[in-house]
Design a protein around this ligand. Structure first.
Ligand SMILES: [Zn+2]
Length: 577
């Protein structure tokens, strides 16, 4: 009998016996469902679950437990980015259907790069406090790769669809086999087969790309494709899979919702939504992810009018971010000019779609529609992980308050996939995915970046230990900051006792302060300063960049920089001119 009791105890609470417990004490917990703060709480983690919550006065740590003092700090559920794409890097070459630059970077090269960097992106998400991401449109190969991260401590939980089932497929993506992000369905039968085709790869849900704005008559096209949409939804639901739909017009959104879809992954930006439409969303318990910033990413890139915050320059993967500046020097000037004009046209003040988006979001929030935060990261100009704060800021500009935004970024994300029993709030029994902040995010949304600890799958992690810094990331980062003319971000990768020389041994600056003064005046005097890498050699802790610099004088300057990296900082630079 005694043995049986012990056996039961082990099966119910394996963590407490095998891994020990963690107590976060005296902390203020954010109850994201009821939107209120609960001070002086103790939260108990056993294994990968939250196993108890109570007043710190009463709930005392057991002997041998790990204790995290939470006094003065704020505990939230881990954040959810409810709309990302790992098949896209956020860089310039990632959507050849948007801008075709395959003559400079073949699409195959881009595909390999995103696969090789999925781990890096996951680490950056977690370092930003994002413990769950939804990839709403992926490839069969990425579904396989998703499985390899399932138990990794550094990885957020990844929920992923297979390729987007679409009524129209851009030709550049055709015949890519397991790397194809779109599956085109012409008939309802084909749509069912394409859901079936994904099943062996175990998608977490199904995504439809409902594109109707091709011909002149939007509504007629939308209705023509409706049977394909209905068949996809029906086949997915038969297999217990929820369905997310890309529908950016009121009519496609309405038809998708009426057909029983679960999650709308974009906004309606062509018309102000009616009360009738809002009632439909509410009646059908639709979750909507507005993705407010993604179009701006394209526009600013094309118009060559990029603006990244220091935090984006420092924390993004620097390779795709850096590529966004390439339009300034690509040889096909006609193409570049055409896109620049297009971007500039979209940037004219008072552009209609922007204000429609804002008004619609406010109307939806007031009507009680469940809004989930998501960035559409991976698209040109929208960086993985670091675009999240940008998205939240625009939600705020639309009139959502901080509580509503925190809710949209946690529990509402979970609701989009019907996973609210598993994560999204600090509740006994849920996954121990939480963030501990040094300041209250309800006072100021920026405090979401004041991360003390990330708790992922029950593991307690210092966020700054997550990202793997290399010689390449340091050198690329300072170059990006130079092109952005952001002095703080530019100086960050340099050591305090950095030394600059003209080759071989003439010292031109010593120490960060002197160097910083030198570049401050350069940035000020040369507003068009732009640096392009012609050739780069990476050898251990040395990087040799052959650069072409424009904006310094009449003619471009060719220069070679030899960067020595020591203890994860740039310690010496030699310039050959
Ligand atoms: Zn998307």
């Amino acid at each position: 009998m005694r043995n049986k009791t012990l056996f039961l105890a082990i099966t119910i609470f394996p963590g407490s016996l095998l891994w020990g417990q963690t107590y976060i004490t005296n902390v203020t917990v954010l109850d994201v469902e009821k939107q209120h703060l609960i001070p002086a709480q103790t939260v108990v983690i056993t294994g990968n679950r939250i196993t108890n919550i109570g007043a710190s006065k009463k709930l005392k740590p057991t002997e041998g437990a790990t204790i995290i003092e939470g006094k003065g700090k704020f505990l939230l559920p881990g954040l959810v980015d409810a709309h990302v794409h790992f098949f896209q890097s956020g860089g310039l070459y990632t959507r050849p259907d948007g801008i075709d630059l395959r003559k400079y970077v073949p699409y195959d090269t881009e595909i390999e790069w995103v696969h090789n960097n999925m781990e890096d992106f996951l680490r950056r998400y977690l370092a930003s406090g994002i413990t769950t991401v939804f990839d709403v449109g992926s490839t069969l190969r990425f579904l396989r790769q998703r499985d390899t991260f399932q138990n990794k401590v550094y990885s957020p939980a990844v929920y992923m669809t297979g390729p987007l089932i679409t009524t129209w497929e851009p030709s550049v993506f055709k015949n890519l086999e397991n790397d194809e992000p779109f599956f085109e369905a012409k008939t309802p039968e084909e749509a069912r087969q394409l859901v079936q085709k994904q099943l062996p790869f175990k998608p977490d849900f199904i995504k439809i790309w409902y594109i109707a704005a091709i011909g002149n008559n939007l509504e007629a096209t939308a209705r023509k494709y409706l049977p394909v949409v209905q068949a996809t939804i029906d086949e997915a639901h038969k297999n217990n899979l929820k369905v997310a739909v890309h529908a950016t017009e009121r009519i496609t959104a309405q038809l998708a919702v009426e057909s029983g879809c679960d999650y709308l992954v974009h906004f309606i930006d062509y018309e102000i939504v009616t009360d009738e439409f809002l009632q439909l969303l509410r009646r059908k318990h639709i979750v909507l992810c507005p993705t407010l910033i993604v179009s701006e990413g394209y526009i600013k890139t094309f118009a060559q009018n990029l603006s990244f915050s220091s935090s984006e320059l420092l924390k993004s993967n620097p390779v795709p971010l850096g590529s966004l500046y390439d339009l300034k020097h690509l040889p096909d000037t006609n193409l570049v000019k055409k896109y620049k004009l297009m971007g500039e046209r979209e940037q004219l003040p008072g552009k209609k779609t922007d204000s429609i988006k804002m008004v619609n979001l406010k109307k939806m929030v007031e009507a009680g529609i469940t809004i989930a935060s998501g960035t559409d990261a991976g698209n040109i100009g929208t960086q993985h992980a670091t675009s999240y704060m940008k998205e939240l800021k625009v939600m705020q500009e639309s009139g959502m308050n901080n509580w509503q935004i925190v809710q949209a970024s946690t529990i509402n994300g979970a609701k989009a996939l019907g996973k609210e029993q598993q994560f999204g709030s600090i509740t006994t029994g849920k996954r121990a995915d939480m963030i501990l902040l040094n300041a209250n995010p309800l006072d100021n949304l920026d405090n979401l970046e004041k991360l003390d600890l990330v708790i992922n799958k029950g593991h307690v992690i210092k966020p700054d230990t997550l990202i793997k810094e290399t010689a390449l990331t340091l050198v690329q980062r300072q170059m990006n900051a130079l092109n952005a003319r952001n002095l703080n971000a530019f100086m960050e990768p340099y050591a305090d006792d950095v030394e600059l020389y003209t080759f071989p041994n003439k010292q031109i600056a010593k120490g960060k302060i002197e160097m910083s003064k030198m570049y401050a005046s350069l940035f000020e005097k040369m507003p068009n300063l732009h640096c392009q890498i012609i050739n780069r050699i990476v050898q251990g802790n040395i990087i040799i960049d052959n650069e072409r610099i424009t904006g310094l004088g009449d003619k471009p300057l060719e220069s070679t920089g030899i960067f020595y990296i020591e203890e994860k900082k740039i310690r010496k630079v030699y310039f050959i001119q």
